[in-house]
Structure formats: C-alpha cells, structure tokens
Design a binder for this molecule. Sequence first.
Ligand code: PMP
Length: 411
Amino acid sequence: MTYSLWHGFADMASVVKNGPFVLTRGEGAYVFDAEDNRYIDATAGLWFTNVGHGRTEIADAVAAQLGKLAHFSGFGDHAADVSIELAERLAAIAPVAGSKIFFTSGGSDAVETAAKLARRYWHEVGQPDRTIMVGRSKAYHGMHVAGTSLAGIPANGEGYGELMPGVESIAWDDAKSLLGLIERIGAERIAAFFCEPIIGAGGVYLPPDGYLDEVRGICRDHGILFVADEVVTGFGRGGAQEWFASSRFDLAPDMITTAKGLTSGYVPMGAVFIAPHLADPFFGGGVWWRHGYTYGGHAGAAAAALANLDILERENLLQRASALEGELAEAFSPLAGLDAVAEVRTGLGAVTAVQLADPAQAPTAVAHLRRAGVVTRAAGQGALQVSPSFVMTTEQVRDMADRFGGVLEQL
Ligand code: PMP
C-alpha cells in the first residue's frame, strides 16, 4: 500500500517502521483501527476532542445546518445567523468583557490574524514603528509565516527562505529576558508578545510559578500587546473550571487565539478574541483592515461549535477537565521513578507529558504504547503527550497510566 498523505509529525518514523496505522472510528476516549482494535486516545486527537469522539449530536447539528445554509462569507454588513449566534456565545465567555470575535479556519490562521492585527493596530493609532513581534523559545504557534517566525522551534522554519521580518525570541521561562529585550531595542518598537500559557507542541512545559503574571505585567507597563495563544489550552483544557487559561491566570489578554477545542475538532475552525480597546478602532470605527477568510465563521463549523459548547456545559466538562488535573498527576507522577523517564510534567489542567530520559527512544516508546493499546505522540525532545478528552473516566486514566508504566518499564 502506498500513502499519499504525509503528516510530517515527529513520530512518523514509528508509523513507517511499524506499518500503517489507520483509524476508522472513535468513541468517547477511544479510537479504533481498521481491524477494530481499540486504543486509548491519550492525545484527544491532537489536543482537540475535548468532548470525546463519536458525538453524533455534533454531526447532526452540522448536517442540519448544511441542509439549511452551508455558509455565507461574513463580510461587510452580512453574515449567517449561526455565525453571529456563535460570536455572541463566545463573547459571553471571553476572559475580557466586550471582546469581539474574529473567525478563522484553524489555529495557524488565528495566529496569523493576531500578528497582522497587532501591527495594523499600531499603524492605525499613529505608532507605525511599533512592529516588532516577540515569541519564546520552545513555543509553537502554527505553521503559517507569522506563527513559524514566532515559534521557538528553529527546524520548522528552515529551508523556507526569509520568514516574517521583525521577530525577536526570548527564553520561554525567563520573564527578565523580556525586560532585557525592552532595554535593548526599546518598548516603543515592540508591537506584541505571543505567549502560550502552557508550551504545547514544543514539548509540553508548564509555566514557572509567577511567570505569566510577570510577563503580563511587563507588557502592560510598556504598552506591549499581550497575545495568549490558547489553541491548546482553550475551552477547558487549562483546568480550574475555566474556559480559558487566561481566566485562570487573570491575564486579560489583548488578543486570544483559539481553535481545536472550539469545535472539539469535528469541523475545522478557529477564532481570535479581540479586547474591545483594540477591536473598536477597527470594527467600531468602520476601518476595514483588509484581512479575512472565505470560511471565517463557516456556518457548518459554527453549528458544530455551538453543539460542542452545549455538550461542554450540559455535561459539566469544564469541571471534569479540572478534576483530570489531579487524576493525571496522581496516576502519572509515579512514572518519574522509572529509569526511562526523566520527569513527568503535570498539574495544570488536562495536559501532562512523560519526558523520556533519552529522546531518541521516543519512536520506540510510541510504537510499543500503540501495541499496548494507547495512542500518543512525542512532542519537543521526547515528551510523550497525555492530554485526553474530558470524557475520560478515572478508571480509564488509571488504565492508561498502567499501560504507560508497563511499556516504559521495559524500554
Ligand atoms: N498555536 C498553538 C499553540 C498550537 O498548538 C497549534 C496547533 N497545534 C496552532 C497554533 C496551530 O493550529 P492549527 O494546526 O489548527 O493551524
């Protein structure tokens, strides 16, 4: 069999080595392969199936919407009713009251949108020299030009020629390095700082105590826009029974980029939450800043998002995500004692990682875990992801940790 689909993921080596792995269906916290073997989905797809797999009510909502009005691009004075309904629903849960919602087709588009809007904002308010964007080492902000430039994964940007100019990078865990940059180049040249509350695809690193508070304060003191990239942490994954990690850490960001959990991945969609002081010069003042997507606010995707939000609320899944924080910590922390494991990073929402002592063992670990009935992947330098759907039960968490333990003991 030949494969024309190339994922480009780090664990592709194990797929090739161990033969094709083709998924055919999902149910709650499980996925099934073509032979109907069942696997625990340790990664919630890729940090997105917050409500779990196989939710026919989302499929039904999308089908009903597509039959009524598949989509109508929301430019100028018109938009589909369901897109507006979703925008209002999101505005109501936004960490910053009065936020405007800008829809995109996914997370990379959301980051690109936030980067462009940050520069355009300063241009519009008479500070056109404020163009520098600041990202962090280890960060991941998607695959488009701005996101690749802002990310702290240099390999992702190699071989593509010049990416976005005017980007600076600071150490992911050192707030003082932001101050150092400000001293070096001047705050009046810096447009925005991009920050994942939890470093995700770059290796799953939790912020050091007080870090987020400190960088937020520095940005505020120097008038630098603070963009929280919550593509992973949004819609409950950051725990504390909050929709967004920004609320948990009281960040009040100028912009929040989201995707994944917005629709639980049933249909692609992203959104940027834009604080009113930033949005109003544009949306309120009638400025069209020449940026937008055909499928922004796609009606079918909006229907999926609304059904997804209904499920999260009806089934108290933000509370469940919050409980998973403790359950994952309890079940996975003991693995830190194994020779093959350097550390277990856990304790912040439904996000955990088992850091292998030898990152080169990651493909083998992923392959063995798959044989043991668990789907995971390695991020960063050999960090095995554990970030399940919120519907995963306590028993399933323990089962998953046992399987990790069994495999890693033998590695
Ligand atoms: N930002 C972050 C923090 C992400 O984790 C991701 C995806 N893993 C993106 C942006 C890009 O999102 P997408 O893959 O939907 O374009």
